[in-house]
Design a protein around this ligand. Structure first.
Ligand SMILES: [Zn+2]
Length: 419
């Protein structure tokens, strides 16, 4: 399936400029029009006579095909072709519609169209020998970039403030995942902070179908204004970059478990809750219930997995020549995570527990930089990927266009950028 058009290449850059130039002329976002629910509609088109059948509960493909006058051989062949060439084995009641085309009324069906997803159309056509051929067609998206902004109020969470700003939940979750590389939502979110998101809405024939990617994020965080832009490099890879073109996605997450409360921070001296005497706390504790999956903070290789009286069940991951992370007090390890295993960022490596010296279930998380424990909340983390000189130039030009667009949209959020 073809991906949504990405704005991030030079050819489309020009279209963004055009879109912005015509911005003042762009009308407000079209209201989604709900289509009415007639079961069968007939109309004449260039393809001859068309009938549309809405699939209802209890309908079967063979039943619907037979109703249209297709014989048993055709029905079997169509079902086989749909499965092998389009991956379609079932129809979705109250969702799928099947279009049948005839050269003229009363003659045999020569074309059948099924739309299994918003962005794919499957066309079956009969050749002169009656054999059925299947074609998958990507449906062109009309992508609008829309802008929403908000402010954290007293007692707010980023999620609540985002919903109030009209950011859809799915987009908010993406933003959350992006910003989690840069900030800690438990400790860095304060009343008065402002944020904005530029994201894609996908339209088809004037109707909004779904949301696409997050294109830009801005968050006025404690450690400074965090800005990220989605950008496609000339080699085709897509990433998020800060305003200077540095890879915005860090190699490690400060908070492996999203939303978990910090119950004990990093310190070189603290009174140990179990031992009772003062000793350094070389990591951060996050409260989470027993069994909560613990995701790897970054991609790497498992270099230790075991038990000791302090850490209980723990896993240590080496991410590169500089960084290692350690996860302690696990109730159990994730299947297949053994010394030598390579893990992805976000992959579950174990589950929260209270093994070892722990007063209750929590994740004890350490970042070790060049063999020294560092504070996961404040350590400056490296960027994952940077741009070459040529891409950087393109990025900076693109960023200026996006910023100018966001500036205009901030004055009138009913406008959008035509991508
Ligand atoms: Zn701890």
């Amino acid at each position: 399936m073809k991906k949504a058009k990405d704005i991030i290449n030079s050819k489309l850059l020009a279209r963004v400029v055009m879109g912005l130039a015509g911005l003042m002329a762009i009308v407000a976002i079209a209201v989604v029009v709900m289509h009415g629910g007639k079961t069968t509609t007939k109309s004449d088109s260039d393809d001859g006579v068309q009938s549309v059948v809405a699939v209802k509960s209890g309908d079967t493909l063979s039943g619907l095909l037979t109703e249209q006058g297709l014989n048993n051989n055709d029905v079997i062949e169509i079902a086989k072709t749909l499965k092998s060439d389009a991956g379609i084995t079932t129809l979705r009641a109250d969702n799928d519609k099947i279009e049948f085309y005839r050269p003229s009324s009363g003659v045999a069906v020569i074309k059948i169209v099924i739309v299994p997803s918003a962005w794919r159309r499957v066309e079956l056509t009969a050749d002169e020998n009656g054999a059925w051929k299947c074609e998958n067609i990507d449906i062109e998206r009309d992508v609008h970039a829309v802008y929403r902004s908000g402010e954290i109020l007293d007692g707010d969470s980023f999620y609540l403030a985002g919903m109030r700003a009209g950011i859809p939940a799915g987009i908010l979750a993406d933003v959350y995942d992006l910003l989690a590389f840069e900030m800690d939502f438990e400790r860095d979110v304060r009343a008065g902070q402002k944020f904005s998101v530029l994201y894609e809405e996908n339209y088809c024939d004037g109707d909004k179908v779904d949301n696409g990617h997050v294109l830009a994020v801005q968050f006025d965080a404690l450690r400074g204004n965090v800005r990220m832009y989605r950008f496609r490099k000339s080699d085709g890879t897509i990433g998020y970059y800060d305003e200077s073109g540095n890879g915005a996605i860090k190699s490690l997450k400060r908070t492996p478990i999203n939303n978990a409360k910090v119950t004990s921070s990093f310190s070189n001296k603290r009174k140990h809750p179990v031992l009772g005497y003062t000793r350094a706390h070389k990591g951060v504790d996050f409260r989470a219930s027993t069994g909560t999956p613990i995701p790897a903070a970054g991609a790497g290789r498992v270099v230790a997995r075991g038990y000791n009286s302090g850490h209980g069940n723990y896993v240590k991951i080496r991410h590169n020549g500089t960084y290692e992370t350690l996860y302690a007090h696990m109730s159990r390890f994730a299947k297949g995570v053994v010394v030598g295993t390579t893990v992805r960022q976000g992959q579950t490596i174990g589950y929260v527990g209270a093994t070892g010296l722990a007063t209750g279930p929590h994740l004890h998380y350490e970042i070790i930089k060049n063999g020294q424990h560092v504070n996961p909340m404040t350590v400056k983390l490296p960027a994952i990927s940077n741009l070459g000189a040529e891409d950087k130039k393109k990025f900076l030009a693109y960023r200026e266009i996006v910023d100018a667009g966001q500036e205009k949209l901030s004055q009138n959020p009913n406008l959008y950028i035509q991508m």
